[in-house]
Design a binder for this molecule. Structure first.
Ligand code: NAG
Ligand code: NAG
Ligand code: NAG
Length: 153
């Protein structure tokens, strides 16, 4: 119970930090950044994400380290998006802060109907992590193009 409360407090705090940190944004490519917080250690989160990427035919897994997972996604229309998941431990290792980032390779996919959002969201959804304790997702239209329009399949 105490752990869950701590993670939620962290979630609010980090979410706020993330949204106001004024990170450099990619202006010529469609992109999406999402932050997830979970009351699950990062090594388990890492394993679940890697397993899910391997199970999905449209993704090609790149280099994986304990704190960074890289992959490429090829969508139906033949566009390629570069996808990263960056992990950091929170709550003394009992929780994990994950930043997902997806960037389209071509500028003409700027209006991507939420492709970049779905690239990230579908992996987390498919891995079952959305049902993990303390799961929260943060993003918005400025961090994630097409977020409001997306209906992930
Ligand atoms: C992903 O695509 C980039 C170019 O967009 C390429 O440099 C990289 O090697 C690719 N990674 C994988 C795992 O295919
Ligand atoms: C993924 O991480 C690599 C290595 O840090 C970086 O070069 C690349 O731009 C990142 N891609 C995305 C989509 O954030
Ligand atoms: C976005 O969705 C619209 C309507 O469904 C479609 O006509 C358009 O081709 C889509 N664009 C992309 C880049 O997928």
């Amino acid at each position: 119970m105490a752990v869950r409360t701590l993670v939620v407090a962290c979630a609010l705090f980090l979410g706020m930090c993330f949204i106001t940190s004024g990170e450099r944004t990619e202006t010529t490519h469609a992109f999406c950044k999402i932050v997830w917080l979970l009351a699950v250690p990062c090594d388990q989160v890492n394993m679940a994400i890697v397993t899910q990427i391997k199970a999905m035919g449209s993704y090609k897994l790149g280099p994986v380290t304990p704190l960074l997972i890289q992959a490429n996604h090829t969508s139906a229309v033949g566009q390629v998006e570069n996808v990263n998941f960056t992990m950091s431990a929170i709550s003394m290792g009992l929780g994990c802060h994950v930043q997902g980032s997806s960037v389209s390779a071509f500028w003409f996919s700027l209006f991507d109907n939420g492709t970049n959002y779905c690239n990230l969201h579908n992996i987390i959804q498919g891995s079952g992590l959305t049902k993990a304790p303390g799961f929260v997702e943060f993003t918005n239209e400025w961090l994630c193009l097409g977020f409001g329009l997306s209906s992930c399949k």
